[in-house]
Design a protein around this ligand. Sequence first.
Ligand SMILES: *Cc1c(COP(=O)(O)O)cnc(C)c1O
Length: 416
Amino acid sequence: MSKQNYHVRTETQLVHNEHAVQPDTGAVSVPVHHASTFHQRQTDTLGTYDYSRSGNPTREALEETIAQLEGGTRGFAFASGMAAISTAFLLFSKGDHVLISEDVYGGTYRMVTGVLRRFGIDYTFVDMTDIEQVKAHLKPTTKVIYIETPSNPLLKITDIRAISQLAQQHGCLTFVDNTFQTPVLQQPLSLGADLVVHSATKFISGHSDVLAGLVVVKDGQLAEDISFLQNTFGAVLGAQDCWLVLRGLKTLHVRLQQSQETAWKLVDFLSTIPEVQHIYYPGRPGHPGSACHAEQTRGPGAVFSFCLKNKAAVDRFVSHLNIPVFAVSLGAVESILSYPAMMSHAAMPKEEREKRGISDGLLRLSVGLEHFEDLIADFTQAFQALREGTADRDRGYLPENKGTPPASQAVEGVRS
Ligand SMILES: *Cc1c(COP(=O)(O)O)cnc(C)c1O
């Protein structure tokens, strides 16, 4: 039975792609090829595989699967999201200029300002939601417009189609970090983007147990260029980790669908709580860019942020929560609560941070697979404690208080 010649929906594609059944054995799971090298039968021509940095059958299965899901022609798997993003930036040379979302992921910000600068690559951070501002900052040397939508942690929306058109007119590329939405909800290549990057560490793998990055392109020359850079720079994803990502992908749709449904319910609940000053969620009608978001995606996703009065309120609220993990990262089976001021944006001066709306009262929640009523009950009691001024407690490890977290935990996010 050929699985390639008829159209199936994403849910089906996640489970029944061309690697779902192994042709030689009938195995319904992709074998993990740990081999670093491959025996060659001839002296004058190499076989399909020669060395695992250049090509590995397990990695290839993942790369073909993600390419198909994003509607691209070729995919590439890397050791982390940052390895994928950094490799994509190696396309550019001294004298080139890159235009980037001002609220880009912290690691991408660090790559651009700390590394590209040293290689003589110029950059400008702009508010991508304002197309006039983007236009105004294009230079003759601009080679890429780099987008993240929704952005982190304020879930700002960029019009992928409009930016891609602008880039095309200007003769430069459009890159989209699609980590928050995944191809299940958003397919930037179909909206005109040239290259999609993912931290597959998040929703795509989904279990907080693997670091991985992906790149997908549609243009043949761009595919050749990324392939060359992947092999040259060498930050490839190991075979075992490729298998973990492939396994995560099979449940991506149900996980995201369920988490998104719960996110809606939590947002509705939080909007009734007087201590919550603001909620940032692209699914809310009043959210800036929500109409554009609805037009370019299939859902608002499973991540939202909300604002309490100040740090003291955050401390008390968080100390009384039992269910969500309080940590850096997102997109996992467990709900993950993050504190941007001390985690993703700790390196940013307070003034700069607050100017961008990232106040000391802001929390971000990536909704997991817990029952929504349990999450609401947990939030309810934590808000009650906040209201009554109950003393902060040492949460220790979940679900019961099993000791004090190591001191290093508090600074983990600064480095991530
Ligand atoms: C986590 C993340 C990254 C970096 O990915 P790693 O796998 O941690 O290297 C990049 N972009 C976004 C939006 C992320 O959330």
